[in-house]
Design a protein around this ligand. Sequence first.
Ligand code: COA
Length: 118
Amino acid sequence: MGESLCIEKTVNSEDCALTLKSGDLEVLSTPTVLAWMEEASANLARKFLTLDESTVGVHVELDHLAPAFVGDKVKIESVLKERGTKKFVFDITAKSGEKMLAKAKHVRVIVNRKRFAK
Ligand SMILES: CC(C)(COP(=O)(O)OP(=O)(O)OC[C@H]1O[C@@H](n2cnc3c(N)ncnc32)[C@H](O)[C@@H]1OP(=O)(O)O)[C@@H](O)C(=O)NCCC(=O)NCCS
């Protein structure tokens, strides 16, 4: 374990709570942070899959600790903590510079692409 993957994003207005209606302020929304965390984790999981496999999110525990604003750069790092027969467990952080924005634990399960998407 311990494999990791980072992605970097810049906060745009469409990433904010006001636009997503998850709040009414122009700040990075919690759903967007989660989507970015899932993107990093799904990309990391893909390294261990066959072409006919994918992963789907089944569980998340997320602490949103500090706000970010339009124009801020955000680095999301997902670390693979555990691997079962069908599941991956990730610890994820989102930071803007040294500021910790959010932390999460996330579980993804391996599914067959064709069978799952029917
Ligand atoms: C993914 C899904 C098919 C799994 O169902 P399943 O095949 O019955 O799963 P299982 O019970 O066999 O569990 C597989 C593994 O995942 C783990 N797991 C499943 N759901 C979990 C959850 N909510 N939290 C933590 N672990 C979970 C199980 O403990 C098991 O671990 P193991 O490999 O160590 O034994 C089902 O939960 C589902 O369809 N969920 C919706 C997912 C989705 O649509 N996500 C949005 C798209 S990304």
